[in-house]
Design a protein around this ligand. Structure first.
Ligand SMILES: Nc1ncnc2c1ncn2[C@@H]1O[C@H](COP(=O)(O)OP(=O)(O)OP(=O)(O)O)[C@@H](O)[C@H]1O
Ligand SMILES: [Mg+2]
Length: 358
């Protein structure tokens, strides 16, 4: 069974999309089979992975593709007609090491979809739980269509606590929380500790009602148990002193504040959940990865549709023909951050497991 991971923080711009994109490339480099689901109406992951022109083409509707070739083609028939629609999975534009990295493209229509989903009638009343487990149905249909058992499914989400986020969390085995060095990140960590127990409570109420009339349904009973997989410190600055790199003092203060919030407001609060254990034994307040401020390389990696670990293979955007290349310190940073992504991937493989290892 694939392990499903939501990358999530209701604060915007903390690096959710960039982290998924680079983590996917790293897991793929380790020969893992990875499915990406772009569940964010902003569609940034789709644009980064597929390219903006190619993605625009997938959004277009035609007689052959009445709903386009995105997540909408699967979700809309499901919502409107209660039938499984067409699933479209795409390989990234610049292929990574092996061919087993696929993305289900997002769609701006996800905005409307999130409005259609209703917490009260669908979740709490239990009558529309299946509408809330779309990421799970997408995974199953993608596996069937591609004849692949994925090792990992990574879901990119909007910066909010809306129904798309709930839906993804209900379908996830784990969630990872990227944070940046600022005041709002630690605040948002506290909000996750506040909101997740409510999400779970709603799910449990709906599940009890649903299972009362559908006692043989095994799928619903197996979902709604997301565990905290760790937090990632992203976009912090360092200075070199005596040949050693240190986090700048201001960012270290935020780092400490986030750790405290993770310990006291996230882990401590989630431990109060009694339906299941949301805090696995390996999880604590220490970050599971630290990604430095990589400056123009961050946006260029997205712009050129190339994960950071392969960015040194191409020239920086704007480089003149035959001239202009990455500076040595940029190349060094690319290598160092690729190692950080390797470590993050190892954390996931070791602790989250996958279908083959467990
Ligand atoms: N480590 C980093 N160093 C420098 N810039 C970064 C880093 N990580 C992300 N960025 C930049 O910050 C911006 C936001 O990143 P990204 O889109 O990944 O965040 P997000 O959390 O997915 O945002 P949203 O909440 O809008 O979905 C992008 O322009 C990206 O290039
Ligand atoms: Mg994003």
């Amino acid at each position: 069974m694939a392990k499903t991971i939501s990358v999530f923080n209701n604060k915007g711009g903390v690096g959710k999309t960039s982290i998924i994109w680079n983590l996917a490339a790293t897991l793929s480099e380790m020969d893992k089979r990875v499915l990406l689901i772009d569940f964010d109406p902003q569609c940034n992951l789709s644009i980064a992975a597929i390219g903006s022109d190619e993605f625009s083409a997938l959004l277009k509707t035609s007689t052959q593709h009445p709903y386009g070739q995105t997540v909408k083609a699967f979700a809309l028939p499901y919502i409107q007609q209660n039938r499984i629609g067409n699933i479209y999975t795409v390989s990234p534009k610049k292929s990574t090491k092996n061919g087993n990295l696929h993305i289900v493209p997002g769609d701006f229509w996800l905005n409307s979809f999130s409005d259609i989903l209703n917490v009260g009638t669908d979740v709490i009343a239990g009558s529309g739980l299946y509408r809330f487990i779309l990421p799970n149905l997408i995974t199953e249909e993608s596996q069937r269509k591609n004849n692949i058992e994925y090792d990992y499914v990574l879901i990119d989400l909007p910066p909010s606590f809306n129904t798309l986020v709930r839906s993804s969390l209900y379908c996830s085995d784990y969630f990872l929380v990227p944070c940046t060095p600022d005041l709002f990140s630690s605040y948002c960590v506290g909000l996750i500790g506040e909101m997740l127990p409510l999400f779970i409570q709603d799910w449990e109420q709906g599940k009890a009602r649903y299972l009362h009339s559908n006692p043989t349904d095994a799928l619903i009973g197996s979902l709604g148990k997301p565990q905290f997989g760790g937090w990632i410190f992203n976009n912090f600055d360092t200075r070199r002193r005596n040949g050693k790199k240190n986090m700048v003092a201001a960012d270290a203060v935020h780092h400490e504040a986030i750790k405290v919030a993770v310990r006291d407001e996230l882990i401590a609060e989630l431990k109060k959940i009694t339906y299941y254990s949301p805090i696995p034994s390996f999880a604590d307040e220490e970050q599971v990865a630290g990604i430095e401020d990589i400056n123009v390389m961050a946006s260029d990696s997205l712009y050129q549709n190339i994960p950071l670990r392969y960015l040194s293979n191409v020239r920086p955007t704007g480089a003149l023909r035959g001239r202009g290349s990455w500076a040595q310190n940029q190349l060094d940073l690319m290598d160092e951050m690729s190692i950080e992504y390797d470590n993050l991937a190892k954390h996931i493989v070791t602790h989250f497991g996958n279908g083959l290892n467990l």
